[in-house]
Ligand binder design. Structure first.
Ligand SMILES: NC(=O)c1ccc[n+]([C@@H]2O[C@H](COP(=O)([O-])OP(=O)(O)OC[C@H]3O[C@@H](n4cnc5c(N)ncnc54)[C@H](OP(=O)(O)O)[C@@H]3O)[C@@H](O)[C@H]2O)c1
Length: 327
């Protein structure tokens, strides 16, 4: 029976326990995927901790994980999108990627291009599609434009930096340490400031001659919210897409009135909701990878059974680039 890393209750990394689960044939519209590599994402930490009210849905033991790469072992009734033997990946709900094999809706999977190895795909499908929708479809970043991106040395952040460089944008990365600053520079950020060391909102205003930036992409949340607003130019875009440091407390709309700001909180799922949109998003991202413009950084691969160790590292801000699990 396939191994699955499950939680039986919300809590710390120690709650991830190795269970075996019965394999069932795929239902109509599903494919059965034998995983070859599994992506680790910060959202998995939130799922394990039960941070978000809307995702506290645990009614029994549950496998977490939103991103898997593998080979199709069986197809359910009505599936024409993939055949047995196809290399596929997904970055979507329902949760359950931390396992050797599972069933998943075929419409929510994409084909993995031949030139992209399994570990690279697992390190980048979710994060790369996130960057695609953030910088091309939420606020479209223009060549030469100055924007701020938080957690610039992280999984999403390193891919974003390389994409900004390819676009010719002047991205400002915010990171948590001097070592991460160096890595962010290597990954395409034109300027990098260290949270806790630099007065980064002031430095951002300085380097834009007091004008501020067109957009701030903020996945850190509680600790960066105020500084991010201060960085923005009039009519700037405040794009919230994560809460790594905790949720932003309720805010007054009057904060936006000061500079006619646009505020949004976006999620990948709403930008890949149909097979056509999903395929376009993945194809655009993988084209950047196969062209060599983006080289996703696989920092470390852990055996699936050591998923808790991967969580400890990610949660302690100890990662640069991406972690993957290998079944
Ligand atoms: N909404 C969406 O569509 C979407 C999709 C994908 C990811 N996300 C979000 O994007 C963010 C990045 O995801 P990722 O998987 O690539 O993770 P990651 O950036 O590799 O890791 C999170 C980073 O956040 C920073 N951070 C700042 N304060 C923190 C704190 N108090 N605790 C922990 N980390 C803190 C750390 O970088 P420094 O040490 O450099 O500060 C840390 O390395 C996450 O918030 C994730 O939930 C959102």
């Amino acid at each position: 029976m396939p191994l699955a890393m499950r939680i039986h209750r919300y809590g710390g990394p120690e709650e991830l326990v190795a269970d075996t689960v019965a394999a069932t044939p795929p239902r109509a519209g599903e494919i059965r995927i034998r995983h070859t590599a599994i992506g680790v994402n910060y959202t998995d930490i939130h799922a394990r901790r039960g941070d978000y009210v809307e995702s506290r849905v645990l009614t029994g033991p549950a496998t977490i994980g939103m991103e898997g790469i593998g080979v199709v072992e069986a197809v359910g009734a009505g599936v024409t999108r993939f055949a047995v033997g196809a290399r596929v990946g997904y970055a979507a709900r329902p949760l359950g990627a931390y396992c050797e094999a599972r069933n998943f809706p075929a419409d929510a999977c994409v084909a993995i291009p031949d030139g992209v190895p399994d570990d690279v795909a697992a390190a980048s499908l979710l994060k790369g599609m996130t960057v695609e929708y953030l910088i091309r479809r939420v606020h479209r970043v223009a060549p030469g434009e100055v924007v701020v991106f938080h957690a610039a040395a992280g999984g999403v952040g390193t891919i974003a930096g390389q994409w900004f460089r390819a676009l010719g944008a002047q991205a400002v990365g915010i990171v948590g340490s001097a070592e991460k600053a160096e890595l962010a520079r290597q990954n395409g950020y034109a300027h990098v400031f260290v949270q806790g060391r630099d007065d980064w909102p002031a430095r951002v205003r300085e380097l834009t001659g007091g004008a501020g930036v067109a957009a701030v992409y903020d996945s850190v949340g509680r600790t960066t919210w105020d500084g991010s607003l201060a960085c923005l130019a009039p009519r700037g875009w405040m794009v919230c897409f994560g809460n790594s440091s905790g949720e932003v407390p309720p805010v007054s709309l009057n904060r936006l009135r000061e500079k006619s700001l646009v505020l949004t909180w976006t999620r990948l799922g709403e930008f890949t909701a149909t097979p056509a949109e999903l395929d376009a998003c993945a194809t655009t991202f993988f084209a950047m990878v196969t062209a060599g413009a983006i080289r996703p950084r696989v920092q470390q691969a852990f055996p699936l059974a050591r998923a808790a160790d991967a969580h400890r590292l990610l949660e302690a801000r100890g990662t640069t680039g991406s972690l993957v699990l290998v079944p």
